[in-house]
Design a binder for this molecule. Sequence first.
Ligand code: NI
Length: 225
Amino acid sequence: MLVTIPDVLKPEEVAHVRSVLETTDWVDGRVTAGDQAVKVKKNLQVPIDAPAAQELGQIILRALAGNPKFMTAALPLRVLPPMFNRYDEGMTFGAHVDGSIRAPGGQRMRTDVSSTLFLPPPEDYDGGELVVHDTYGTHQVKLPAGHLVVYPATSMHSVTPVTRGSRWASVFWTQSMVRDDWRRHMLYDLDMSIISIRSRLPDDDPAVVGLTAHYHNLIRHWAET
Ligand code: NI
């Protein structure tokens, strides 16, 4: 399931993140890539332990914590510290699957959900589409500044070569309370349906009460915490 979430960052937050990134040091993105990805990764990133990455990461984590659509799409148990990457002209990231286990600060985590937060407006660069392959085909994603896409970390994906300008993004992984993408997808669809009927029926309507109970009981049944 691929979900786009608009306006995760406000325009002033995007401007702040971009202005800090303007003055930070970038290193070769291959430093964090695994054996397969290292051969197809050609981009730049801010070192994970750089103070700028940590400060900006906190802004993103705060925004996610207050974003109901991210919460219901990812059902996060833990969100890894956001990373910041950059593709200048000619840079690209070929087909790969993100590493399944990461260990920020020595604590091992499973990556269930991958996220990309777009930072520049799409008209500022050509190319740089995120391409996600799933069982239903190929999806090309290029979103306005401050918008986020989440997709299963099990998906093969790539970033097409940038041919003009520079594409900046924050990428991060979430360990979900519900590791199975299909279960997360069903819970997301059910939650969207509950939101829809709650806009038309009173909250004490038996249909609303029953479906809400069903949602929570499925979470209780499937969640690992
Ligand atoms: Ni990736």
